[in-house]
Design a protein around this ligand. Structure first.
Ligand code: ATR
Length: 308
């Protein structure tokens, strides 16, 4: 939805923003502003390039300016964890914050989102941290691939930040069997050890499966550049052994992995749905009502791919 549908900026306009370093590539302003306009909110969603060493100052400034909330992207998600006064279970669970909601005390002494306060909130304001990435992954896998983790077999590629969140979320959702592969094998082994302790019912091992799996999930950064190698060793695991392949990367729309998977007959999807749903959930956390998912989806597709 074009910006012209939004009310003009005035002294009552409220703000949200994404903070990243770098941030110029972020698609969040495009689809969040479309969502805000469709909701009829006199809010704007901005993007700021913030160096990690300045993150605490910028969060403090946004709080003082009574921003509604913030999103954090690379490299701020872990740093922000220790910069908020309250943590939602979602942030605690994954040890990372991608969404901050600013809150003030109401007349009954309860912390409530700033969106609920007419005009300026008097008194103290706190930042509460949330993580919407893990839930977004589950929603996107269901929506794009009809995949539900319970009892499923999954080969997870990558044990960095995104891979660790994915492994824990899949285990929390009752995945049946999980194989972990990472360039640095020790990181996959650490994740496997942690899961073995916390989720003994999940069969988790490091290395490639010798059998077919329901889903191959790429959480590495391989595929962002055209010249990147595949994140999977197809000599050890031919892609035809996978029913579904999901790549968390969404730009390019078809990574070398997705192309190879399609050629091997797998059903595939890229990471655009994850990006969409982490933002949809963040907007709902800020405004307290359902977000206009389809408006946001169209705006996101148009921004990233130039067509809906
Ligand atoms: P993110 O937060 O996106 O997960 P990250 O924590 O830096 O970012 O993790 C990047 C992931 O991509 C890791 O699994 C990384 O493997 P290592 O743990 O061995 O670093 C993987 N990765 C990045 N570049 C890679 C490459 N050239 N070959 C194989 N794996 C790569």
């Amino acid at each position: 939805m074009p910006d012209s549908y939004a009310s003009p900026i005035n002294a009552s306009t409220r703000y949200c923003a994404v903070l990243g370093w770098p941030v110029r590539h972020s698609a969040s302003p495009a689809f969040q502003n479309a969502g805000l306009a469709a909701l009829g909110l006199n809010w704007r969603y901005l993007a700021f390039a913030v160096r990690p060493e300045h993150l605490a100052e910028v969060i403090a400034g946004a709080r003082r300016m009574q921003f509604i909330g913030l999103n954090l992207t690379v490299p701020h998600k872990l740093l922000a964890y220790s910069m908020v006064e309250a943590l939602d279970d979602s942030a605690r669970r994954y040890g990372a914050v991608n969404t901050i909601r600013f809150e003030a005390l109401n007349a009954a002494g309860e912390w409530r989102p700033l969106a609920e306060f007419e005009g300026e909130a008097a008194g103290e304001i706190r930042a509460q941290g949330f993580n919407t990435d893990a839930e977004a992954m589950v929603r996107a896998l269901r929506e794009d691939l009809d995949f539900t983790p319970r009892g499923a077999t999954v080969l997870l590629l990558g044990a960095g930040g995104a891979g660790q969140v994915a492994a824990l979320k899949l285990a929390d959702e009752g995945v049946g069997r999980l194989w972990l592969v990472n360039r640095t094998r020790s990181k996959a082994e650490e994740v496997a050890q942690r899961l073995a302790a916390t989720h003994p019912q999940v069969r988790v091992q490091v290395g490639y499966p010798a059998e077919p799996v329901d889903l191959v999930l790429n959480a590495t950064s391989l595929g962002l550049r055209a010249e990147d190698a595949l994140p999977v060793d197809t000599a050890q695991f031919p892609l035809a052994r996978a029913r579904l392949v999901y790549d968390m990367i969404y730009r390019p729309a078809e990574t070398p992995l997705l192309r190879a998977a399609r050629a091997a007959g797998c059903r595939t999807a890229n990471g655009l749905g994850m990006l969409l749903h982490q933002g949809v959930k963040a907007l709902e956390i800020w405004c307290g009502r359902p977000a206009p998912v389809e408006v946001m989806r169209r705006a996101l597709r148009e921004h990233v791919y130039g067509h809906v």
